[in-house]
Structure formats: C-alpha cells, structure tokens
Design a protein around this ligand. Structure first.
Ligand SMILES: Nc1ncnc2c1ncn2[C@@H]1O[C@H](COP(=O)(O)OP(=O)(O)O)[C@@H](O)[C@H]1O
Ligand SMILES: [Mg+2]
Length: 312
C-alpha cells in the first residue's frame, strides 16, 4: 500500500534523509520509531505531499507522491505533529469544514462527520468549542479530521505526544480499532508505544533505516544470546563463583542489593547460541542452596533501541 524507495531530503545542505526504504502492506500498522531529529516527520511530510523529496520514490495506494499528489491526498489522512486547530469553532463545525476542504461531497458531509465523531468518541462534545477541550480531546479532533474523508491510509505523527497516561491509553485504543481496513504509519520516539500498537517496526536514526522487523524478532535478533534471572538463597561470593563455572555461561552479574548473605538476584548470560537453561538448577541444588526463581530475561525494546542506535 505504501512503498518508499531510497528517499533523500536535504534542507539546504543538511541531509535529513539519507536513502530511506521501507514498505507497508495493506491493513498493517507500521511503527516508525526513532529518536528526535531522526527524520520521521520529514518522511511523513513527503508521503503526505507536504513537500517534495530531494531524491528517491514514494508511492501511496499505487500513486506516485510526486507525479500524482492529488490522487495521493485523496487517499491519505494526516495527523501532524502539532495539529493546527481553530479554537473559536465547535467540534462539529470544524469537522464539517475539514470535510469540505478534503473534497467530501456536500450532501455527504453531515453523515461523514457524524460517523467520524462516533468513531473518535467525540459525539458528546460536538457543540463545544475546540478551545475548551482538554489536550486528549483535541488530539481526538485531530484524528477525526484525518479520518473524515474515509482515507485508506493514515499517517500519524507522534499521536500520543503531550498526553497524560489515561489519554494515551484511549488514543492507542482508538488507533487499534482503526486498523484492518486502513493502513497506518505511526511515528513515535517512545518505545513501548510500538510494541503495544504495531505489527511491524521501522527504526530510523540520523536519516537512515537501521532495522525493520516485528517487535518480537527485533528482540530475538539484537539480544543474540539468552539471559536468565536467577534468585538464589545462598552466600553471594560462592554463588557467583559456581554460576560462572557453569558450562556455556559468559557472564554473571548481581542485580539486587540485598547484602552478601541470604537471597540474591543474579543475571546469568549465556555465550551466543549456547543453551544454559538446564545447567543452572542442578548446580544450585547440589550446593544445598535454595533456588527461588529461574526465568528468561528478555531485553526490553529500550535496551534494543539503545543498542541499535549506538551501534551506528
Ligand atoms: N525545515 C527544516 N529546515 C532545516 N532543517 C530541518 C527542517 N526540518 C527538520 N530539519 C532537521 O532535519 C532533521 C530531521 O527532522 P525531523 O524529520 O523533524 O525528525 P523527527 O521527526 O524524527 O524528530 C533534524 O535534524 C531537523 O533539525
Ligand atoms: Mg517529528
């Protein structure tokens, strides 16, 4: 549904995009993840025909962004980073106005607005002025204006930025409900966002794509070797020594600060591609110590992100 090929963008002589390539399948929610300044907004502005790229290709629903911008615009809904909303107009009037601009036929406007207000849970505030709304509601109005012409493709630039935790959950729920019929790109610099909302992630850094995968595969790939969290009741020094001596163990670190005797939490890392899971318990039990917990420790997306970005 969306194909981006070797996209470049210079601002003056500053390279904001250095050849970005990725694609999004119909009905997919793609997470576009990267730190501030990575080039997310720039890419989205090119896709929404806000400005042209310096080089490369982009197609949306089969239409070239540069050659057929009108066709592309008809099929795209865009929630920009900072939604420019009018304050002295009611939600309903604003959405009718937005529908008009987006070429919804006059006789269909009422229906379109009613539907989109229902979808974005705005019906209760239809007659309120936008200036009176909380940030969470305003963001929903932004989402509603992006949806009002029933686009196949939705481009959402940091849709949860500046919202409180409860509002974030609501917006995420809305976005998830929009999936399936629509193809969505959602940018964020917040990691948990993508694992909660997206099926696939493109990670971008300094204008280059550094990873494309499912959140699960990214974890497996970057992690490489397996790690376990082991909780043991035993003398710390001896426990560390025994754990380090286990066949296939690369590194052991103490994780807690309980003190040197009694219960301790240890992270046991395996040498790449070695399975150490079965080797841990017998050693502990043999020594007469109590094994209170043994579980795999997955890397968080945060760890992965830092690892990928610093590798560059
Ligand atoms: N209009 C502009 N003129 C000059 N530099 C810009 C402009 N817009 C963005 N940049 C620069 O391009 C880079 C990418 O910006 P942007 O696409 O906004 O990143 P992101 O959305 O990932 O935070 C940044 O270094 C930013 O400072
Ligand atoms: Mg941005």
């Amino acid at each position: 549904m969306i194909e981006v090929e070797n996209l470049t963008k210079y601002y003056g002589n500053y390279y904001a995009l250095k050849g970005v390539t990725f694609s999004v399948a119909k009905g997919e929610i793609l997470g576009f993840l990267g730190p501030n300044g990575a080039g997310k907004t720039t890419t989205m502005r090119i896709l929404t025909c806000f400005f042209p790229a310096t080089g490369g290709k982009a197609r949306v629903a089969g239409f070239d962004v540069f050659e057929e911008p009108l066709e592309v615009r008809k099929r795209i809904g865009y929630l920009p980073e900072n939604v420019p909303l009018y304050k002295d107009i009611t939600v309903e009037d604003y959405l009718e106005f937005a529908a008009g601009i987006k070429g919804v036929a006059r006789r269909d406007v009422k229906n379109a607005v009613t539907k989109v207000m229902d979808e974005c849970v705005l019906t209760d505030v239809a007659y309120k002025f936008i200036g009176e709304l909380s940030k969470g509601y305003r963001q929903r109005v932004g989402l509603a204006q992006a949806l009002v012409n029933d686009p196949e493709v939705l481009i959402l630039d940091e849709p949860t930025i500046g919202l409180d935790p409860r509002q974030i959950i609501e917006i995420r729920k809305l976005i998830k409900n929009l999936a399936g019929r629509r193809t969505i790109i959602l940018s964020t610099h917040i990691l948990p966002e993508v694992s909660m909302t997206c099926q696939r992630v493109v990670i971008i850094n300094e204008g280059k794509v550094i990873a494309v995968d499912t959140p699960q595969n990214l974890t497996a790939k970057v992690q490489g070797a397996s790690r376990f969290l082991v909780k043991i009741d035993g003398p710390s020094q001896d426990v560390m020594k025994e754990l380090r001596a286990i066949n296939g163990v690369e590194r052991v670190t103490r994780r807690d600060e309980y003190g040197n005797n009694g219960v301790g939490e240890y992270v046991v890392e395996a040498i790449k591609d070695r399975d150490i899971k079965r080797n841990i318990a017998p050693v502990i039990v043999n020594k007469g110590w109590a094994l209170l917990e043994l579980r795999p420790q997955e890397m968080s997306l945060e760890d992965i992100f830092v690892k990928l970005v610093t590798k560059e």
